[in-house]
Design a protein around this ligand. Sequence first.
Ligand code: PHE
Length: 449
Amino acid sequence: MIKNRDGFSSKLGVIAAAAGSAVGLGNIWKFPYVAGQNGGAAFILIYLLFTFLVALPVLLSAFVMGRSTGKNAVGAFKSVSPRGAWKYVGLFGILAALLLISFYGVVAGWTTEYVYLALTNQLNLGTAEAYQHLFESRVANPESSIFWLAIFLAFTVLIVISGVKNGIEKYAKLLMPLLFALLLVLAFRSITLDGADKGIDFLLNPDFSKLSAEAVLSALGQAFFSLSVGIGTMVIYGSYIRKDVNLQVTASEIALADVAIAILSGLAIFPAVFAYNVSPSAGPGLVFITLPQVFQYMPAGYFFSLSFFVLLFVAALTSSISMLEVLVSFFVEEYDMRRKRVAISISLVIIVLGSICALSNNLLADVKLFGLSIFDLFDYIVTNLAMPIGSFTILVFVGWRMDQNIVKEELGLGKRINQMGYNAIMFLVKFVAPSAVLIIFLNGIGLLG
Ligand code: PHE
C-alpha cells in the first residue's frame, strides 16, 4: 500500500461513509415510487432477495478488491492483472460515475431548491395543481435547474477536497445520524395518522399478481443502484478500510442499513399519502409534488416539510460525495494529480454535462438519442449497462481471477475464518450472483427474447 495513504479512521467511519453512499435519492426518492408503480410489497420482497443474494456479494467483492490492492477501481484491476483487459471495465465505471453524478446532481439540485422553498415557507400552495405546476415550472426552467445544480455541487466538492478522513468520513459521521433521526420522526408521524393503515398495507402486503418480468428487472437494478455497486465506488471506499475491520460484518451492516432506510422511507411516505387520499403512483414527482401537498394538511407541516427536504438533501449529498471520490481518486492515483485541482476541474465538467441533462427536460427536450432524452440516456447507461456489467466483472474477478488466498485473508480477518461462512459467500460470489446478473441483464437488453 502507498505510504501515508488517506483512509477511514474507524469502523464507524466506514459504515457512515459507505452507508452514506448507499443511502441516497435511490432510497428516498426512487425506491418508494418504483415500489409504488410495481405493486408495493411483492416488488419489495424481490428487491430484498436481490440485495442480499446478488448485490451484497458484489459489495463484499468490491471491498475485497479495494482493500487488498489499496487502489481505485482501475488501479485495482491493473495491479492484479497488469496486461488484462479488466481495467477497461474499471474505466467504464469511471465514465459511468461521471454520467451518474451529472444527472443525479440535477435531481439533487431540485432537492436543494426545495429545501430553500420549504425554509422560506413557499410550499403552502393549496391545490394539487399548484404543486404540480410548481414542480414542472422548476424542471422547465433551465437557469434555476443549473443554478441549484451548481450550489449542490459546491457542497459536494468542498467536502471531497478536505480528504477522506477530514472530509468524507467527518461529514458522514455528522450527517448520517441526522438523516436517520429525521427519517424516524417522519415515519412515526406518518404511521400515526388516521387512515395510515392503507398505506402500510400497500407497502407490506404482497400482491404477486402485479409482479411483471419488468418489475423483476427493475428490482435488480434498484438493488445495485441502492448499494452503489458496479461503478467503482465501493472499490475505492474499500481501499480506505483499515485491515482490522471485518469486511463481512461491515458489508452486511451496510446492506441492512440501506434496505432499512428504503423501507422506512416508504413508511414515511405512503401512510401519509393514503391518509390524505392523494394518489400513490405519481412516479418521479411523488416526493416533489405529492409530499409537500400532504405536509400542508399536517399540523406543524412547516417543520415536517423542511425536515423531509433536508433529509433528502443530506442523503443526496453523502451519495454524490462518493461518486465524485471515484473520479477524484482515479486522477489523483493514476495520474499523480492534486486532489483539490482535480476536484475543481471535474466539477466544471459535471456542470457542463449536468446542464445538458437539465436542459434535456426543457430546451433540449426534443433531442433524442436511441429514443431517450439525454437525462434518460445517462440513467440508462449507468443503471442498465454499467452497473450490471461492472458488478458481473467484479464478481468474476474476485471469484475466479484473484489469488484465493488473498480473498480468503480479506474475508476472514487472517486465521479466524469460518470455513462454512466462507464457502457460502464464495458460492454466491462465484456462481449464484454472476448467473443471476447475466440472465437478468441479457433479458433486460432484449437478448433472451
Ligand atoms: N446508492 C445511491 C442512492 O441510492 C446512488 C449511488 C450509486 C451512489 C452508485 C454512488 C454510486 O442514491
